[in-house]
Write a protein that binds this ligand. Structure first.
Ligand code: PMP
Length: 450
């Protein structure tokens, strides 16, 4: 049965609940196929995917070799549990591979089906680790405003946007939010050096709560949903030093930043710090099937694995098809030199954005690390007041409708995380599309029609 777009749209509106889409919204973009950075909808219209789906399509769309791997594994063994003594070949292979790629001593792997599940597991692991060591009072989780850690109640509580809490209360208690590292917003630090301010705040917060009550600090190495906020180079090493002094674990939420997006396997390597737990998902399979993986330090795994083991499991822990596809995806990343490519292509796209947008008064800052980029929009470059946004006419929507280039808005920034295979001509196309709309955007946020 083939349905036309009108019928698909009618059924979608009648039956599908979309995150963040009002029930009365009429428009649907129904994607039908993809190849590399290109997508085609059911009307045959083409798109250029500069968001990598939802920040995950590392190897690009349409890789039939990954489909072949899934087919072969599903035909051989589609699923069996990894609870208790049961295991499977594909989960074991991938766990060993990840342990080899991750910094020492992160030698243990716990699989999930995505990032939110991963952060729930990480928070529970941190609390449980301390509990097993006789420090059950360590229940607090330090997080940051503007953080995004998924939609579970643990990670969702660590998330630092009121929007994600409003109407869902009560959230998990014992979460404390710190100021985010966002050097462009100098006003956050009252003229002080951002890292000095943030470290002092961290020390003060630890003293207020009591170090003996704190289990972990969770943070995205670069805050994605917050607007690709890149911290100063000394921020994470100094945070790590403070946490070590107080016996507080560091959880890196690398759901976006891992697997090549920043030009390294993990952002931990970029920042030169070793977290106790790294949460990953998304790019581990480039989105071909759902999977997440926590990389866990020897010292944490040792306590979790005592006695009756770690009492928390997901049905899909170590799913054979998902782990098989992940291994094949990592093979492609490695074989095609995508870590180096992410650094080169990211620098190229950054330079194109500078060249096309640098002179526009509403462009406050263009920032990037590897293939994570943001263009922060302001009303006024001197005051850095954020550009007012009009929900029914947002720059990213206009860009998509007029040019087919897909970027995303995130806290007054246009953010991009393209497939790592984006070509130079595609990068130019993205920059040109942004220019075409942003040069018609007034400091009031109004966008003139072309
Ligand atoms: N952490 C971060 C940093 C994320 O960006 C996301 C998703 N965008 C998540 C966690 C949640 O992952 P998932 O949507 O796979 O549950």
């Amino acid at each position: 049965m083939t349905m036309d777009t009108a019928e698909l749209t009618r059924l979608d509106r009648a039956h599908l609940i979309h995150p963040y889409l009002p029930g009365d919204a009429a428009e649907r973009v129904i994607m039908a196929s993809g190849s590399g950075c290109r997508l085609t909808d059911t009307e045959g219209r083409g798109y250029l995917d500069a968001t990598g789906g939802l920040w995950l399509a590392q190897v690009g769309h349409g890789r039939t070799e990954l489909a072949d791997v899934a087919h072969a594994q599903m035909s051989k063994l589609e699923y069996f549990t990894s609870f208790w003594e049961f295991s499977n070949e594909r989960a074991i292979e991938l766990a060993a591979r990840l342990a080899a790629l991750a910094p020492d001593p992160l030698n243990h792997v716990y699989f999930t089906s995505g990032g939110s599940e991963g952060n729930e597991a990480a928070i529970k692991m941190a609390r449980y680790h301390h509990h097993r060591r006789g420090e059950s009072s360590r229940t607090w989780i330090l997080a940051r405003s503007k953080a995004y850690h998924g939609i579970g109640y643990g990670g969702g509580s660590a998330t630092g946007f009121p929007l994600y809490h409003e109407g869902f209360a009560p959230m998990m208690p014992h979460v404390s939010h710190l100021t985010p590292p966002w050097p462009y917003r100098t006003d956050l630090y009252g003229g002080e050096d951002p890292t000095d301010f943030l470290i002092r705040e961290l020390e003060e917060r630890i003293a207020e709560i009591g170090p003996e009550n704190i289990a972990a600090m969770i943070g995205e190495p670069i805050m994605g949903v917050g607007g690709m906020l890149v911290p100063p180079a000394d921020y994470w090493p100094r945070v790590r030093e403070v946490l070590d002094r107080h016996g507080i674990l560091l959880i890196f939420d690398e759901v976006v930043t891992a697997y090549g997006r920043m030009g390294e396997w993990f952002a931990a390597q970029h920042f030169g710090v070793t977290p106790d737990i790294i949460v990953t998902a998304k790019g581990i399979t480039s989105g071909y099937v759902p999977l997440g993986a926590l990389l866990v330090g020897d010292h944490v795994a040792e306590t979790l694995l005592r006695d009756h083991g770690f009492p928390m499991g997901y049905t899909y822990n170590g799913h054979p098809v998902a782990t098989a596809v992940a291994t094949a995806n990592l093979d492609i990343i490695e074989k095609e030199g995508m870590l180096a490519r992410a650094t080169e292509r990211g620098a190229f796209l950054h330079a194109e954005l500078e060249a096309h947008l640098g002179d526009l008064p509403i462009v406050g800052e263009i920032r990037s690390v590897g293939m994570m980029l943001a263009v922060e929009l302001v009303q006024d470059r001197t005051t850095r007041t954020p550009l007012p946004l009009h929900p029914d006419r947002m720059p990213h929507d206009v860009i998509r409708r007029e040019t087919g280039v897909i970027v995303r808005d995130s806290a007054h920034s246009l953010v991009m995380s393209p497939p790592l295979v984006m070509t130079e001509s595609e990068a130019k196309e993205v920059a040109t599309a942004l220019r075409g709309v942003l040069e018609r955007t007034a400091p009031t946020g109004e966008i003139r029609t072309a």
